[in-house]
Design a protein around this ligand. Structure first.
Ligand code: ADP
Ligand code: MG
Length: 237
């Protein structure tokens, strides 16, 4: 019965994420629709037209950013949960963000144990993509994004650290709160999605940050002894 209950809770969070994304996307789409309808009503001064078009494009960009924070890895029919080799999946996400890191003069450093956790691979990747992106964005003048994974008895401990702009106490307190963003074009959803995914996997997280020094996120996930399917281990990319 307990397992059933836990499964239900997991399902609930999954459908919550799905429900919130459609909600989040609807707002910018409504704005775009409104401005296109205004453009349709008749001749407007060129300047007004240009302004409406700019707003519509900005809102579309926002919708795109929201989709990136929620659904970069979404598949039509995601498996619910499976054993995940954290080293393999973290390596994949690191590879994926390598071009972005390069563009920001950020070097990547990692030390990854082959710990196994139970979760949904797509969500796991989404979680760390969001955390890595935030770290890179916190280092506008370059730096190092360091990722470690350590198998410690019944837990797998993952750390994500950067030597970026860091956060104030107040910002740390608000970390993971929906819509909290200090960025001009931020969604304020990336950290919330990451935190929800960690909690959904039965994990805990802790954040340590100092302004102009950097930020370290420590994520502790329950370790599993089930081996992931070999196909997953050998999967390219
Ligand atoms: P967004 O990245 O769109 O602003 P997030 O939810 O991903 O939204 O992050 C929320 C806020 O948390 C960011 O705007 C930033 O202020 C802060 N933040 C998150 N990660 C870091 C980090 N590694 N270093 C400094 N600040 C961070
Ligand atoms: Mg972000």
């Amino acid at each position: 019965a307990r397992a059933e209950l836990m499964k239900m809770e997991k399902m609930e969070i999954v459908s919550q994420l799905a429900a919130s994304i459609s909600h989040e996307i609807r707002n910018p789409l409504t704005v775009v629709k409104g401005f296109i309808q205004l453009l349709q009503t008749g001749p407007l001064p060129r300047e007004t037209e240009e302004r409406y078009i700019r707003i519509a494009l900005e809102e579309l960009e926002r919708a795109e950013a929201i989709i990136r924070d929620y659904l970069t890895f979404a598949k039509p029919a995601p498996k619910e949960t499976e054993p995940i080799d954290v080293a393999i999946q973290l390596q994949k996400v690191l590879q994926m963000i390598a071009p972005m890191a390069h563009m920001h003069s950020v070097s990547l450093s990692s030390s990854l144990d082959h710990g196994i956790v139970i979760g949904n691979v797509q969500y796991f990747q989404q979680c760390f993509l969001n955390l890595f992106k935030n770290s890179i964005e916190a280092m506008p003048n370059g730096g190092t994004l360091r990722v470690t994974a350590e198998h410690r008895g019944t837990a797998v401990v993952i750390t994500v650290s950067d030597n970026g702009v860091g956060m104030t106490k107040e910002q740390v307190r608000r970390y993971g709160e929906p819509y909290f963003s200090t960025k001009e074009k931020g969604t304020g959803l990336g950290a919330m999605v990451a935190v929800k995914i960690i909690e959904q996997m039965g994990g805990t997280w802790n954040i340590e940050s100092a302004v102009q020094k950097g930020t370290t996120l420590t994520i502790t996930l329950p370790a599993s002894r089930v081996q992931p399917p070999t196909a997953e281990r050998n999967a390219p990319g």
